[in-house]
Design a binder for this molecule. Structure first.
Ligand code: ADP
Ligand code: MG
Length: 237
C-alpha cells in the first residue's frame, strides 16, 4: 500500500524529498559565532508545494541554501531524496545540485549576453541527463512558460515577469526532483506575480515538489502548507 500519510519531522519516510533534522547554522563574524538557525526539523514529501514565510532576517534564505547544498550546516542533517548530503562524495553532491534541484531566485540570475533559449540550455553544457534532448526540451519549456515567441530575446529585451519565466524554464531543464525558489515574485508586480504563481501551480499539478520562500500572504492560496520561520526556529511545525 502506498503511504500518503504525513510523518513526523526528522524521521525518514520513503516519500520524503527533504528530511531535515536538528539543523543548526551559525556564521562567524570575526571571532564571534552568531547562531542563525537553531535546530530546524522539516520534512517535505514528494509532490508537496511548501511555502516558507517569516520576517526578513529570520533565516529563510540560509535554510534554503542548506537545502540546495549551496552551504553546509554547522550541525544536524539534511537528507535529499534519502541521501545524507553531509556524507556523499563531491561528485554526488554536484550531481544532486545539477540534476535533482532546480533553483529560481528573486533576481532571476540570467546571463545578460545569452538569449532566453541559451540561458535555459546553459545548465546542460556542463551537466546533462543523457536521456534528455536538451535543445528540444529548452524550446518546450519556454513554450510551457509562454515564451515561445521570445526564444532569441536577451534578458534586457524582456520584462521582469518574462525574465522570471526564463529562470523557471532554466530551473526545469534537467528535470529536477525538487524546485527551490527564493522569493521568486519578490521583484514583480502583483499581476505578474499571479502569472508566475500560475506556472508554479501548474508544475505542482503535474507532480513537482516545490519549496518557495515568500513574503506575500497572497501566495498562501497556491501552496499545500506554510512553514513559518521566526528567529531561526520553525513556529508552526
Ligand atoms: P531571510 O532570508 O529570512 O531574510 P537570511 O537567511 O538571509 O534571512 O539571513 C538570516 C540572518 O543571517 C541575517 O541576520 C543575516 O544577516 C545573517 N547572514 C546571512 N548570511 C550570512 C553570511 N554569509 N554571513 C554572516 N551572516 C549572514
Ligand atoms: Mg532571504
Amino acid at each position: 500500500m502506498v503511504d500518503t500519510s504525513s510523518n513526523s519531522p526528522g524521521s525518514d519516510a520513503p516519500h520524503d524529498v527533504i528530511t531535515i533534522h536538528d539543523l543548526k547554522k551559525s556564521y562567524l563574524l570575526g571571532e564571534i559565532e552568531v547562531p542563525i538557525l537553531h535546530g530546524i526539523d522539516l520534512n517535505v514529501k514528494k509532490g508537496e508545494f511548501v511555502a516558507i514565510m517569516g520576517p526578513s532576517g529570520s533565516g529563510k534564505s540560509t535554510l534554503m541554501n542548506m537545502i540546495g547544498c549551496l552551504d553546509r550546516p554547522t550541525s544536524g542533517s539534511v537528507r535529499l531524496m534519502g541521501k545524507d548530503t553531509a556524507t556523499i562524495s563531491d561528485n554526488e553532491l554536484a550531481e544532486l545540485r545539477g540534476f535533482e534541484i532546480g533553483f529560481v531566485f528573486q533576481n532571476f540570475n540570467l546571463i545578460p549576453r545569452l538569449s532566453a533559449y541559451e540561458n535555459v540550455l546553459l545548465p546542460t553544457y556542463s551537466n546533462s541527463k543523457k536521456d534528455i534532448d536538451a535543445m528540444q526540451r529548452a524550446k518546450d519549456l519556454l513554450t510551457l512558460v509562454g515564451l515561445d515567441d521570445r526564444l532569441y530575446h536577451k534578458p534586457t529585451e524582456l520584462s521582469g515577469g518574462q525574465r522570471q519565466r526564463v529562470a523557471i524554464a532554466r530551473s526545469l531543464i534537467n528535470a529536477p526532483s525538487l524546485i527551490l525558489a527564493d522569493e521568486p515574485t519578490g521583484n514583480l508586480d502583483s499581476k505578474t506575480s499571479e502569472d508566475i504563481m500560475g506556472i508554479f501551480s501548474e508544475l505542482h499539478g503535474k507532480g513537482s515538489t516545490i519549496v518557495m520562500i515568500t513574503h506575500d500572504p497572497e501566495m498562501k492560496k497556491y501552496v499545500d502548507r506554510v512553514v513559518l520561520i521566526k528567529d531561526g526556529r520553525i513556529e508552526n511545525n
